[in-house]
Ligand binder design. Structure first.
Ligand code: PSU
Ligand code: MN
Length: 309
C-alpha cells in the first residue's frame, strides 16, 4: 500500500481472501482502562472476534507506521506504558501525522481508527463507546472529532452508544445533521453505555447482522460517504443501576471542572474517575459491553463479506 501502513500478514491474507475482518481501537487500551485489565480486555476482544469466525485487526501507531493487526507484545507495550512511565500519545485525526513523522508511539481513538481501517479497506470496527458532544459544549466547543469522522469515513462502528458523561441529545442531533445513520441494534433507543436506555428514541432499528449489512451496502453503493453507528446495548446482566451511574458521573464531571481538565485529557480523566467512584463496577461493565460489541461486529463483518462476495 504505502510506506506508512503495515498490515499484519494474517489480516492481509484475510482481506485478500475477502474474509470477515473487524478493526479494534487502541486508545481504549492505553487511555481507557487500567493495566493489566486493559491488556486482558484487548486480548479478550480479539479472541471473541476469532470465536465469531472473523479476524481481529487492532490498530495503533508504532515506530512511525500505522500498524493494522498487533501482536500480543504490542498490546502489552501499549497497555503497560503508564506503569512503565512511558508516553503513548492519544491520537485523533489531528495527531496522526505528527505521531508518524516523529515516530512516537500512539494509540488511535475512534476517529483515527476509522481513518486507518478505511486505508486498509476494513469496513467494520468494534469499540466501547464513541466520543460525542460534551456537556457544556455551548461554552467550551468540546465536540469529539469522532463525530466528524463518522460523517466522512466509510467504516461502521459497533458500540454501546455513548457515555452519559456526554450530552447525549446533542450528540444525536449532531450525528443527524452530519447524516450519520445511528442504528439501534435490537433496540429503539440510544443505549447509554453502562445502561441499556437513554430515553432518546432512534430513527432506525436493526434486528439482524444481515439487515445492518444491507443498509451499509446501500449507503456506500449510493456514494453516501461516511460511517454508521451500530448502537448495541450492554447485556442486561452487566448493566449498572441508573441512579448509581448518574451520581458517579455528576461527581466525576464536577471533579474535572474543579481541576480544570481540558481538551483531549477530558475523556480519559472522566473514565478513570468513574472507575474510582464506582469501586471498579464501571470497569467490569465496560469489559462486558466491549466483548458483546466484538461478537456483534464479527457477525456483521460476516454478513457484509457475504453480501460483497
Ligand atoms: N468513550 C469511552 N471509552 C473510551 C473512549 C471514549 O467510553 O476509551 C475513547 C475513544 O478512543 C474515543 C475517545 O474515540 O475516547 C474520544 O476522545 P475525545 O472525546 O477526546 O475525542
Ligand atoms: Mn474533546
Amino acid at each position: 500500500m504505502h510506506d506508512y501502513l503495515a498490515i499484519h500478514p494474517e489480516v492481509a491474507e484475510a482481506l485478500q481472501a475477502r474474509k470477515a475482518v473487524v478493526a479494534l481501537e487502541s486508545t481504549i487500551i492505553s487511555h481507557g482502562m487500567p493495566y493489566p485489565r486493559n491488556v486482558e480486555t484487548a486480548r479478550l476482544m480479539e479472541k471473541t472476534i476469532r470465536d465469531g469466525g472473523a479476524v481481529p485487526a487492532t490498530i495503533a501507531v508504532l515506530d512511525g507506521r500505522i500498524r493494522i493487526g498487533l501482536t500480543d507484545d504490542d498490546l502489552e507495550h501499549l497497555g503497560n506504558s503508564q506503569a512503565q512511565g512511558r508516553e503513548v500519545m492519544k491520537l485523533s485525526r489531528r495527531d496522526l501525522p505528527v505521531a508518524l513523522a516523529t515516530r512516537a508511539d500512539g494509540a488511535t481513538t475512534v476517529a483515527a481508527t476509522m481513518i486507518c481501517a478505511a486505508l486498509a479497506e476494513i469496513a467494520v470496527f468494534a469499540t466501547g463507546g464513541i466520543g460525542g458532544v460534551h456537556r457544556g459544549a455551548e461554552s467550551t466547543l468540546d465536540i469529539s472529532a469522532d463525530l466528524d469522522e463518522l460523517a466522512t469515513t466509510n467504516v461502521a462502528v459497533v458500540c454501546a452508544g455513548a457515555k452519559a458523561i456526554l450530552d447525549l441529545p446533542k450528540t444525536v442531533e449532531y450525528l443527524e445533521t452530519r447524516g450519520v445513520p445511528v442504528l439501534g441494534y435490537g433496540t429503539d433507543e440510544l443505549p447509554a453505555f453502562y445502561t441499556r436506555s437513554s430515553g432518546i428514541r432512534l430513527a432506525s432499528r436493526c434486528d439482524s447482522p444481515a439487515m445492518v449489512a444491507r443498509i451499509l451496502r446501500a449507503k456506500w453503493q449510493l456514494g453516501l460517504n461516511g460511517g454508521a453507528v451500530i448502537a448495541n446495548p450492554i447485556p442486561q446482566s452487566a448493566a449498572l443501576d441508573q441512579d448509581f451511574v448518574d451520581d458517579a458521573i455528576a461527581r466525576a464531571l464536577a471533579d474535572a471542572d474543579a481541576q480544570g481538565v481540558k481538551g483531549k485529557d477530558v475523556t480519559p480523566f472522566l473514565l478513570s474517575r468513574l472507575e474510582e467512584l464506582t469501586g471498579g463496577a464501571s470497569l467490569e461493565a465496560n469489559i462486558a459491553l466491549v466483548r458483546n460489541n466484538a461478537a456483534v461486529a464479527a457477525s456483521i463483518a460476516h454478513a457484509y463479506a457475504e453480501l460483497s462476495a
